[in-house]
Design a protein around this ligand. Sequence first.
Ligand code: 6GU
Length: 232
Amino acid sequence: MRIDIVTIFPAFFDVLEVSLLGKARNAGLLDVRVHDLRDWTGDRHRTVDDTPYGGGAGMVMTPEPWGRALDAVVPGAVTATGERPVIVFPSPAGTPFTQAIARELSGRERLVFGCGRYEGIDERVFDYAATLGEVRLISLGDYVLNGGEVAAMAMVEAIGRLVPGVVGNPDSLVEESHEDGLLEYPSYTKPATWRGRDVPPVLLSGNHGAIAAWRREQQLERTRARRPDLLS
Ligand code: 6GU
């Protein structure tokens, strides 16, 4: 999978070199390229923003650098196999990011992330981007970040770890939170007693049926308590 990220803060993405995703990049499973939006500015100050038409607080990212960046980074209208690239703009005004979206995007060949800053990007950029690929405005949740970088990082990790081979043991992907619409059951390891706290005896019983039933009950109980919205 090839992922291109356009940002005015390329250094945010230095951490993609460490941990599991860094290993996947070195193994050739993930080809992640980070681009500085300012490389597509035309003036001495490398300006990427201006005041909003109609007035209001803050600055808006101008369309020109974004247009040139998208022209350079998005591979024509289709990839080598005829698939349209997906162009993700992280935005608090987007649709909520979910495990289902991560799974869907992990099956695509080409992803482009456009990271906006300030009060947003000139709306015409999204319209233009739709001529180059499949545009998605995606939010991490109902709170505001200063820009799309941290959100893009979270999405790249959630998507990248689902690419076959990135996570060594594929079994560890199926039993985790959100994969079956429920929160994950609690986990324990040795020692069996720690600071006066015992591991639930059923987990030491060797009874696989009883363990599976207990874990399911724990999943339901936790989901009811913490995320009742997932059950409705
Ligand atoms: Cl994707 N971007 C920004 N700037 N803030 C957010 C977000 C995204 N998701 C939640 N808050």
